[in-house]
Design a binder for this molecule. Structure first.
Ligand code: ATP
Ligand code: MN
Length: 480
């Protein structure tokens, strides 16, 4: 007999037919002579309802059916009299594939705190919450590829190990094959990297952009979707040391095209989630509503999760320059009432996430794209504007999150790029391959980076980035 997935089973109306179901026990409820088993196999949020009649199934077997055990059930599909499900399976035979001793199994059939679940990340997949999050995550990964494929973009795998340190000075993880207790030394007593595996100092990448640009200068439209690593010691709810980034790069496109692509992509992904993850989103929404009930009235959100998602779809993102944003923030009630932890100083300072969120949540009440930042606070490769002070950058800011996308048009002019690299002490010699694209067939081009887990925060309504990636890597934590 072929196994039926619970997503199909729970919709089936083939009453009287025999089915084979496998999965893990969520809960067991004993009543007089029957045990009601809620069983889940991850194919959807819904559980199969298994009815084990003690005149049919041995008491010895029923004894072993505890939360967490894995089962193989053969039974008859019958219409359910109970509320909440269409059908149930009257067990003919049950095999306990793997027991879960209730004295030791950590996942009790009750609400666990998110902290507890993080400490049990190996088992948290088995909760409704993490089942929902991980199914949404898969759908978003798939939608990213579909979005770009439908628009004629090519997916490019950029390297994870890189010898370039142009981008993430100080924030990179070293990669070495040396025995670090006894690495070869130069005459001066420094570590001799020329003797290391790659003959050079190497790191884990902080971004696939530079290599992505090389590909875009031939394939026109590319995107990367890979892991990125940052050794920044920011223990926030929005930063991971290992996260996944989507980085499109487009030739013959300027910063306006870039903004349009970013807005289209985010809307496409949100729309895809609403259409394809309805059941899981409803669950996540309900979870938020339950959480809200514990908050004071004035702190409760005005919109439900799905209303927030629809709101993003239905509204154009506000597009303003950094300079305009500084003016708004300087004159804001929050600044005047000293509500910002970092009050806005002068033009030229970087914005903190409290400022980004103020613009989005309080001022415009919709997503905002900030453009034309001071060149001093942005990377060397960004297109220099004619004013000599700003660059054609664009950051997309979202409610609750702040920056979700960072991008720019790139400097395609060789001389201007070189001048900027010198000013910023970027080692041009080791970047010869990057500079070559500006020497041979250079063209206007632009791109951006979307932090995949920040997107996941928005779509699921979760508030801690550690909960939207299966195994988070953060300072002092690389368990599992
Ligand atoms: P932030 O100011 O929030 O630290 P950033 O300016 O360092 O972000 P970029 O270098 O522009 O970010 O990276 C592009 C995108 O990658 C960001 O817009 C964000 O969505 C995501 N991102 C950056 N750093 C992290 C991180 N440590 N963990 C998860 N996502 C990140
Ligand atoms: Mn950062």
């Amino acid at each position: 007999m072929k196994r039926i997935k619970i997503s199909d089973l729970t919709n089936s109306e083939e009453f009287g037919s025999e089915v084979l179901v496998m999965g893990w026990v969520r809960t067991v409820r004993d009543s007089k002579n029957v045990a009601f088993i809620a069983m889940n196999d991850g194919s959807c949020l819904r559980n199969a309802q298994i009815v084990a009649d003690m005149t049919v199934i041995d008491a010895e077997i029923i004894d072993k059916i505890n939360s967490g055990a894995s089962l193989r059930v053969v039974g008859k599909l019958v219409e359910s009299m109970g509320k909440g499900q269409k059908n149930e399976v009257q067990a003919i035979s049950i095999e306990v594939l793997g027991e879960a001793n209730p004295d030791h199994y950590p996942m009790q059939p009750k609400r666990h705190s998110l902290e507890f679940l993080r400490e049990n990340a190996h088992l948290r997949f088995r909760t409704n919450l993490f089942g929902a999050i991980n199914r949404v995550r898969h759908n978003m990964i798939f939608a990213v590829h579909r979005f770009f494929n439908d628009r004629g973009f090519y997916n490019v795998h950029t390297p994870i190990i890189t010898a370039s340190d142009a981008e993430g000075a100080g924030e990179m993880f070293h990669v070495t094959a040396f025995d670090m207790k006894n690495p070869p030394k130069t005459k001066d007593g420094d570590i001799d990297w020329s003797k290391d595996f790659f003959g050079h100092e190497t790191n884990l990448t902080v971004s696939g952009q530079l290599e992505g640009e090389l590909a875009a200068m031939a394939l026109s439209q590319i995107y990367t979707f890979g892991p990125t690593f940052r050794a920044e010691n920011s223990n926030t709810s929005r930063h991971l040391a290992e996260f996944w980034m989507i980085e499109p790069e487009v030739a013959f496109a300027d910063n306006h095209d870039n903004m349009n692509l970013a807005e289209d992509m985010l809307k496409y992904l949100v729309d895809y989630a609403l259409k394809n993850c309805a059941e899981d989103l409803e669950f996540l929404e309900q979870r938020l509503l339950n959480e809200e009930k514990e908050k004071p009235q004035n702190e409760r959100s005005e919109m439900t999760l799905r209303e927030k998602l629809r709101f993003v779809l239905d509204n154009d993102f506000e597009r303003i320059t950094y300079t305009e944003a500084i003016d708004i923030l300087k004159n804001s009630p929050a600044q005047k009432k000293k509500k910002f932890v970092y009050p806005i100083q002068d033009w030229g300072t970087d914005l903190q996430s409290e400022h980004e969120r103020y613009l989005v949540e309080k001022h415009f009440k919709k997503p905002v794209i900030l453009t034309d930042y001071p060149k001093e606070i942005k990377a060397f490769y960004m297109k220099q504007n004619p004013d000599g002070k700003t660059v054609a950058a664009m950051d997309v800011l979202f409610p609750q999150i702040g920056e979700i996308i960072g991008g720019s048009q790139r400097e395609e002019n060789y001389d201007k790029l070189m001048t900027r690299m010198k000013e910023m002490n970027i080692p041009a010699e080791s970047m010869w391959w990057y500079l070559d694209t500006r020497r041979f067939g250079s063209a206007v081009h632009a791109g951006f980076g979307l932090g995949f887990e920040r997107l996941m925060l928005f779509v699921t309504g979760m508030t801690n980035i550690r909960d939207v990636i299966p195994f988070p890597r953060t300072p002092k934590n690389a368990a599992f």
